[in-house]
Design a protein around this ligand. Sequence first.
Ligand code: ACO
Length: 326
Amino acid sequence: MYRSRIISTGSYLPERVLTNFDLEKMVETSDEWIRERTGIRERRIAAPEEAASDLALSASKAALRRAGLRAKELDLIILATVSGDMPLPSTACMLQKKLKAKGIPAFDINAACSGFIYALSVADAYIRSGTYSRILVVGTEVLSRFTDWQDRTTCVLLGDGAGAVILERTRQKRGILDIKIHADGNYWELLHVPAGGSRLQTSEETVRERQHFIKMKGNETFKIAVRTLERLVVDTLKDNNIRAEELALLIPHQANHRIIAATANRLGIGLDRVMLNLDRYGNTSAASIPIALDEAVGTGRIKDGDYILLEAFGGGLTWGSALIKW
Ligand code: ACO
């Protein structure tokens, strides 16, 4: 029986830093409000010439370098994003070209902030079935291009970045033990971009009304996220007969410090066993988990044989978890 195992990670964060104090000059907000309500201090903003595939390229190259592999040695590219280079073609194909990985299949996945977990679940299924044996899974976002910089309820939350992992086939009893993905489309309106799709074509009017930017009902999303994630993490551990005490690290989607603290609290684990970097990067949607994972690996917070739990919640609504034995 095959399992899939993460053999390498990489990430890329744009250079430009936008602090809460910078935002104070742009909208009616304060560093204190943002820090207390979200835990965010600053976020990264892509340079004008950087698109989602450029960020993805840097993260992917870092993961390939760490694995000692060339792009040609990959079997498949799966890329999660809601802020791709263009509506057509896929950002995964842009990345395939930039990696010079000619001939390798490549496609995008849109599951908002849960995108990386969704992408990982597809890659894991391909590997378990024996279809492919080495897959690049990327989460990349340039949310700053879809952010309404006049809307204080969303612009203080989001950031740009990319993270990548290489997943490889193994016969060992380690790697991805379990992945759960869920969705409830009844709540699509809580988090959406109204214009620019086939529902509402871009026009002068939609641009004037700022309908090509992300709209979020933050408070309702928050309540559902807390409730859903608390249940999800408990169920994931229970289904796999793992006790919370055995968990070395929880790597949550980095949306809000209070959501993360509630999830950790429900598991009964301290924040010392939670990977947190949203203070520096904000919510980078599909990129947040692979960025956090890469930082955890890079800072030696994950050791061979450790149990790691990834979890995410986002627009759709979508949510999911992945239990890994490193
Ligand atoms: N600065 C100052 N005041 C603000 C700001 C701001 N940036 N934004 C909102 N406020 C005000 C509101 O207007 C409101 O004022 P009022 O009481 O006078 O009406 C007050 O602060 C409280 O607003 P709430 O929205 O109730 O604040 P809440 O505590 O819920 O925090 C937040 C808002 C941070 C957005 C939170 O709800 C949240 O994190 N939600 C979940 C986000 C999430 O997880 N999204 C899913 C993933 S994202 C993705 O998929 C792309």
